[in-house]
Design a protein around this ligand. Structure first.
Ligand SMILES: Nc1ncnc2c1ncn2[C@@H]1O[C@H](COP(=O)(O)OP(=O)(O)OP(=O)(O)O)[C@@H](O)[C@H]1O
Length: 339
């Protein structure tokens, strides 16, 4: 049984007073998250990753569709039950400075949810719980950090504190939205390792949101990837399979655009896919049919007219009318190169 099941969910935002000013940040999305699973959600800026994350965390209510948690619709949960859901799904944001109240010490900020949700009944219990999780995230002795204000800590330390805060309320799922993008490159791996450890030790599921395929591959090495384009899920599969052999032309182009430090480790898809346009369409003025067709080198009239649905292909799901033909073409090209 899935921990969370998202069924045909959409989120629209009004960007002006008129109906035509509505944008679909997430469109008809289906997805399930299993206990202990790590899913990386990738895509270009503005494709709806954060909106999806906030929807999973119960912050944005879908304008259509449902989110089930242990088979119950979370937006039909009342009072304490909804609060419990919000506690079970924690969100860690990229900007650790904005996520912490600058006028409160770390202890004041982190003990508040513990008291609110009766996880700690007094100061000593709160200190005990926070010390345990500060140790867990490598911030020891905890006393050295608890009395500090956010500005007195480094970005890496603040991000660890956010992870300790999330852990302290014993979540089932952490939605980590670009959690390492504002941290020094040298510290990124240790934070990703920390999340992997949390996943294994506490069986916490992770939805890891990023535009960086390298960190996605690292953290979700045994998990799944979901590729989003203009609010739509366009490809999903086990991450290794997907990166080794992307199926949707957009995902192929995304992978081919990643610079590799060691060219010998490049995947066979490193050959650039010459896109017809580098620009993303405007969400207020979307193309007809397949939303990728104005950029796709393989498009036909069918793509202009009909939006493809996700369909099973080679162990994953892909939303492309010509996935089979394109894949065959690639195999032939690959054969020609290697012979
Ligand atoms: N509260 C809001 N009101 C109106 N529009 C919004 C709101 N939140 C997001 N959007 C719009 O929805 C679209 C998707 O935004 P979202 O932040 O989910 O994308 P993203 O993939 O996370 O981007 P990034 O990687 O830049 O954070 C964008 O066009 C954004 O401007």
């Amino acid at each position: 049984m899935s921990l969370i099941e998202i069924q045909n969910a959409s989120i629209e935002f009004n960007t002006g007073k008129k109906k035509k000013n509505k944008i679909g940040a997430v469109v008809d999305l289906d997805m399930s998250i299993d206990e202990g699973e790590i899913i990386a959600v990738v895509g270009e800026s503005g494709c709806g990753k954060t909106t999806l994350g906030k929807m999973i965390a119960g912050i944005h209510k879908p304008t259509k569709g449902r989110i089930l948690y242990n088979e119950k619709d979370i937006f039909k949960l009342k009072g304490k039950q909804f609060k419990d859901y919000r506690l079970s799904v924690q969100m860690v944001h990229q900007d650790s400075y904005a996520a912490l109240n600058p006028n409160k010490t770390i202890y004041q900020s982190l003990s508040l949810p513990l008291f609110q949700h009766k996880i700690a009944r007094n100061h000593n219990q709160a200190i005990e719980i926070l010390t345990e999780f500060f140790d867990e995230v490598g911030l020891n002795p905890a006393s050295q950090f608890l009395e500090k204000y956010p500005h007195q800590l480094s970005g890496g330390q603040r991000q660890r504190i956010l992870l300790a805060r999330a852990l302290s309320v014993k979540p089932k799922l952490i939605v980590a939205d670009e959690p390492v993008s504002m941290v020094d490159v040298s510290l990124r791996i240790s934070l990703l390792d920390l999340m992997s450890r949390m996943n294994k030790k506490y069986k916490i599921s992770f939805v890891y949101i990023t535009h960086d395929l390298g960190t996605a591959r690292y953290i979700a090495s045994h998990g799944r990837i979901m590729v989003m384009y203009l609010g739509r899920l366009i490809e999903t599969n086990k991450i290794h399979e997907a990166i080794k052999s992307p199926k949707h032309p957009y995902f192929h182009a995304l992978i081919a655009a990643v610079p590799e430090a060691d060219p010998s480790t490049r995947s066979e898809y490193v050959n650039k896919l010459p896109l017809r346009s580098l620009d993303m369409p405007d969400l207020l003025n979307l193309p007809t049919g397949c939303k990728f067709h104005p950029r796709c080198p393989y498009y036909t009239e069918k793509c202009v007219e009909i939006e493809p649905k996700l369909m099973e292909y080679d162990g994953g799901l892909v939303a492309c009318h010509y996935v089979q033909e394109i894949n065959e073409k690639r195999q032939i090209q690959k054969g020609a190169i290697s012979s």
